[in-house]
Design a protein around this ligand. Structure first.
Ligand SMILES: [Zn+2]
Length: 108
């Protein structure tokens, strides 16, 4: 395999942005795989319907479940649709609009 970068010990901004790009691609791939397996990656806050008490939780295995208040850990099999860019989703149980309480992440 051809070595494209000289090992001078000094990272150029070009190789750095290549690295960031590669990591980004890997993370996207990992996220797709995890979603296929029903895993939750903490990429957003969990949703909760204040109308009917349906809420999301993550099991110790990292799986996303949706349960009703009072029935902790019993997966209803329902799933909240991924929120749109305004952090709005709808409850799969009663259809009420659910606003995702999002904490602002500092992006470096
Ligand atoms: Zn609801």
């Amino acid at each position: 395999m051809e070595r494209r970068r000289k090992m001078t010990g000094k990272a150029t901004s070009e190789s750095y942005s290549e690295l960031v790009h590669d990591i980004g691609q890997l993370m996207l791939k990992a996220q797709r795989l995890a979603e296929e397996h029903g895993l939750f990656l903490n990429h957003r806050e969990l949703m909760e319907c204040r109308h009917c008490g349906l809420m999301e939780d993550v099991t110790s295995e990292g799986k996303l479940i949706v349960y009703r208040a009072g029935l902790d850990g019993v997966d209803t099999g329902l799933r909240f649709p991924e929120p749109d860019e305004d952090s709005m989703s709808s409850c799969p149980g009663c259809g009420a609009l659910v606003k995702l309480e999002e904490e602002k992440d500092e992006i470096m």
